[in-house]
Design a protein around this ligand. Structure first.
Ligand SMILES: [Zn+2]
Length: 364
């Protein structure tokens, strides 16, 4: 089992294409072909985490936050980032980051918080656009089902919790094979008419190459006629934050107390309790102030996130309660999410949760 097989699996869950443009997810240090002896899961990768990896014989550190974020111009150990990278390289330890790509999938960082709080009917708070494409392909009637099957297997046709979604319309195609062609059906130099179906499927754009090569591998024609359309649709499965409902209304004060205990935080910075009762809850693990207007739009009673600045708290107006629970605290269960994914999938190497608390912030 090499590192690439492990990271491929993680990227099938949280594709790298879903990371934000400023991010630096993926294999940051190490050789993708190296055999995995053990994987250590952490929120942050620092020098003490590399020490822990050495002590526990893990040669792969999987972190939520990328240790190299803004780039490295020198590598001489003058700061903790350089020292961490140097120590990892010297000890043959790979560092992998699964950051905003894990934030942006519907079953990612914020969904884990929603699970801890017991939200129901959760959905992505700010779903993204420009991630979907549509394929239309013309196929002789006799081959329609097998072509659909390979398209579905390659990841086309998933809408929400449904898969194998497609639309077909019957019609007639024409073509003329010229000298040098090897037509599946019809004769060289003659116009051929064939009963065909136009199959249409939606797909995430990052799967385009895989879907087109699957199509060409199974479609009987020498030249496959197809179109790909850019869609303006929102992709409800991908985007930042989560919003959902508590099973029952809870008194606002009591809700904050429960939140404090469930999220193991010493301090919640919150705005005025403008709602007496809490039912609808918006969540964003990590820095989420950019989602305040989405939370208000969704009529959430409270928005749980972190890293709100002083002036940003005023923006709550009388519409919502902002509950800033701390960055580390909001993302602390991300480790468990990654651990559960890996330990269910792989049994050939040890998966360990880091025992180090990497939170740089202390409360008096
Ligand atoms: Zn974070």
């Amino acid at each position: 089992m090499n590192i690439k097989e492990v990271t491929n699996f993680l990227e099938s869950y949280a594709p790298l294409q879903y990371q934000e443009s400023y991010d630096n997810c993926g294999l940051i240090v190490g050789d993708a072909k190296a055999k995995v002896k053990g994987a250590l899961i952490t929120l942050d990768c620092t020098e003490v985490i590399i020490d822990e990896a050495i002590a526990t014989e893990c040669n792969l550190v999987i972190a939520h936050h990328p240790i190299v974020f803004g780039g490295l111009k020198k590598l001489n150990g003058s700061n903790y980032i350089e020292r961490t990278v140097i120590k990892a390289i010297k000890n043959d330890i790979a560092i992998y980051a699964i950051h905003t790509n894990l934030d942006n999938v519907h079953n990612g960082v914020s969904a884990k918080i929603a699970e801890k709080i017991g939200l129901e009917n959760s959905k992505v708070l700010a779903p993204k656009k420009d991630l979907l494409r549509q394929l239309a392909v013309y196929c002789p009637t006799s081959d329609v089902e097998k072509v659909k099957t390979v398209l579905f297997q390659a990841g086309a046709g998933a809408i929400g919790n449904y898969d194998e979604c497609s639309f077909s319309a019957k019609g007639e195609g024409t073509f003329r094979a010229n000298e040098g062609c090897d037509p599946h059906i019809g004769n060289i130099g003659e116009r051929h008419r064939e009963k065909e179906e136009k199959i249409e499927v939606i797909f995430p754009k990052y799967k385009e190459n895989a879907i087109i090569s699957a199509l060409k591998s199974e479609h009987p024609y020498e030249e496959v006629a197809y179109q790909i359309y850019i869609l303006d649709n929102i992709y409800n499965n991908v985007g930042a934050g989560i919003v959902g409902d508590l099973p029952n209304k809870v008194d606002a004060n009591q809700f904050l107390e429960i939140l404090k205990s469930n999220m193991k935080t010493d301090c919640i910075r919150h705005t005025k309790l403008v709602k007496n009762q809490i039912k609808r809850v918006a969540i964003c693990g990590g820095s989420g102030s950019f989602l305040l207007s989405n939370a208000i739009c969704e009529k959430a009673d409270v928005f749980i996130t972190s890293d709100f600045k002083y002036h940003e708290f005023f923006d709550a107006e009388n519409d919502i309660i902002i509950a800033d629970i701390g960055h580390f605290e909001s993302e602390q269960f991300t480790k468990d999410l990654i651990y559960d994914l890996l330990s269910k999938k792989f049994s050939k190497f040890a998966v360990r949760l880091s025992k180090v608390n990497t939170n740089p912030i202390n409360y008096l």
